[in-house]
Design a binder for this molecule. Structure first.
Ligand SMILES: *Cc1c(COP(=O)(O)O)cnc(C)c1O
Length: 388
C-alpha cells in the first residue's frame, strides 16, 4: 500500500491484555461488513445488531444496557434530548384520531408538542388533574391510546398514583408512559409499577454535569422496543458516542450524588417549612405534600429538586434576592453538580391545582457544594419570604 492509503487506513493493533474501566468511545457512521453477502443481509441483524452508526455503536449500547439494568426493563433507546424521547414515544403510539391524556403538571413543552404539533395532525389531547388517581378511568374512552404521567409534577411536585393509572389504562388497552426524570431509576422504577415507557431526561441527574442533552426510553417489552426503533429510524434520530461516554461517566457517580443532594434538599425543605406558612414548600418528602403517602409507598428516595411558593409581598424583591446569591447560579435545567435557582411561573397554564400557583414559584436544585454555603444563600431569601 502506498503512503496515501496508509494515511487513511488505521492499522489493526492488538487489544489483548488491554482492560480499562472506562467504556471506549466508538465513533461510526459506516459499519463495515466482512463480505458482500453480510452487507446484503444486514437487515437480518435486527434492532440489536450493528448496521449503521445512527442505530447504535458499542458505546451507546453500553449506556442503553446500563439504563436497562437500573430500570428493570428489557431494552432502552437513546434520544438527543429528554423532549425528543417524549416526542418519539408519542409518535410511536399515536395515530390520527387517537387521544393522549397528559397531566396538568407535565413538563411544559409536552403540552406545546400536543397543541402545536400533534393536534394539527389529527391527534387529540386532554389534560387531567395529576391527583386524579383511579378516577382517570372515566377519561379513558376508545380513542385514548396513551396516558402520560410525570411524578412528581413539574415545579409543583404532585405525586401521581401511577399503579392506579396503569390499572385503569391497561383495562382499556391504553399504554402508559412516565417521565421519571426527577426520581431517576434509583428512586422510582416505573416499569416495576406496570408503566410501558419509562422516560428519563439524562440531561439532568444521569449525566449530572450540565454540559449535554440526552434522553432515554426504557421498556419491558421487546415489540415496543422494535416500534420505538422503527420511529427513530424514520425520523433519523440517534446520539453521539462522545456524549454517551460522558453520560456513562456521569452515571458512575449518580447514586452517590443523588444521596448527597437528597439529604440536603430534604433538610433545607424542613428548615424552610418551619419558618414559612403551611403549604409553601413543595417537596414530596414533606408530610404536608400532595401525594406524600403515595411517595412513601412507591418511591425509595427523593432527589435534590424542590420548590417554594413566593409570597406576594416578596415578589418585588425576588430579582435582587436571587442575584445576591453567591453559590447558587440562576438557570433552567437541573440535576448537575452546581446548585441552581430558577423563578418559575405556571400562572395561566394550569387548570387544576391551588390558587397560590398563580404566584411565582422558586425552583431549587441542590448540587455538590458545601451545604452551609448553600444555606447562606437561601437564608436571606427565606427570611424575606417569612416576613409579615
Ligand atoms: C428537562 C426535562 C425534560 C426535557 O429534557 P431535555 O433533555 O432538556 O429536553 C423532560 N422532562 C422533565 C421532567 C425535565 O425536567
Amino acid at each position: 500500500m502506498r503512503d496515501q492509503t496508509l494515511c487513511v487506513r488505521h492499522p489493526d493493533v492488538s487489544h489483548e491484555g488491554f482492560a480499562s474501566l472506562g467504556t471506549p468511545t466508538y465513533r461510526a457512521s459506516t459499519i463495515v461488513f466482512p463480505d458482500a453477502q453480510s452487507y446484503a443481509d444486514r437487515k437480518h441483524r435486527g434492532p440489536d445488531g450493528y448496521s449503521y452508526g445512527l442505530h447504535g455503536t458499542p458505546t451507546s449500547r453500553t449506556l442503553e444496557a446500563a439504563l436497562t439494568g437500573l430500570e428493570g426493563g428489557v431494552r432502552t433507546v437513546l434520544l438527543p434530548s429528554g423532549q425528543a424521547a417524549i416526542a418519539v414515544i408519542f409518535l410511536t403510539v399515536l395515530q390520527p384520531g387517537d387521544t393522549v391524556l397528559i397531566p396538568d403538571t407535565a413538563y411544559p413543552p409536552v403540552r406545546g408538542f400536543c397543541e402545536n404539533f400533534l393536534a394539527p395532525r389529527g391527534v387529540d389531547f386532554r389534560i387531567y388533574d395529576p391527583l386524579i388517581g383511579d378516577g382517570i378511568a372515566e377519561l379513558i374512552d376508545d380513542t385514548v391510546k396513551l396516558v402520560w404521567t410525570e411524578s412528581p409534577g413539574s415545579t409543583t411536585m404532585e405525586i401521581q398514583d401511577i399503579p392506579a393509572i396503569v390499572k385503569a389504562a391497561h383495562a382499556r388497552g391504553a399504554l402508559v408512559g412516565c417521565d421519571n426524570t426527577w426520581a431517576t431509576p434509583v428512586y422510582f422504577k416505573p416499569l416495576k409499577h406496570g408503566v410501558d415507557f419509562s422516560m428519563e431526561a439524562l440531561t439532568k441527574y444521569v449525566n449530572g454535569h450540565s454540559d449535554l442533552l440526552m434522553g432515554s426510553v426504557s421498556v419491558a417489552d421487546l415489540p415496543l422496543h422494535r416500534r420505538l426503533k422503527d420511529t427513530m429510524r424514520m425520523m433519523g434520530f440517534g446520539v453521539s458516542p462522545d456524549d454517551c461516554s460522558l453520560v456513562l461517566r456521569g452515571l458512575e457517580t449518580m447514586a452517590i450524588r443523588l444521596r448527597h443532594a437528597s439529604a440536603i434538599a430534604l433538610d433545607f425543605a424542613q428548615r424552610m417549612e418551619a419558618r414559612l406558612p403551611a403549604g409553601r414548600v413543595l417537596h414530596p418528602g414533606l408530610p404536608t405534600a400532595e401525594g406524600h403517602d403515595l411517595w412513601c409507598r412507591d418511591f425509595t428516595g427523593s432527589s435534590g429538586v424542590f420548590s417554594v411558593i413566593v409570597p406576594p409581598h416578596a415578589e418585588a424583591a425576588l430579582s435582587d434576592l436571587l442575584t445576591a446569591a453567591k453559590v447558587f447560579s440562576i438557570g433552567a435545567s437541573w440535576g448537575g453538580t452546581h446548585s441552581l435557582l430558577a423563578p418559575m411561573s405556571v400562572a395561566g397554564s394550569r387548570q387544576f391545582g391551588r390558587p397560590e400557583y398563580e404566584q411565582t414559584i422558586l425552583r431549587i436544585s441542590i448540587g455538590l457544594e458545601d451545604p452551609e454555603d448553600l444555606w447562606g444563600d437561601l437564608e436571606p431569601i427565606i427570611a424575606a419570604f417569612a416576613e409579615k
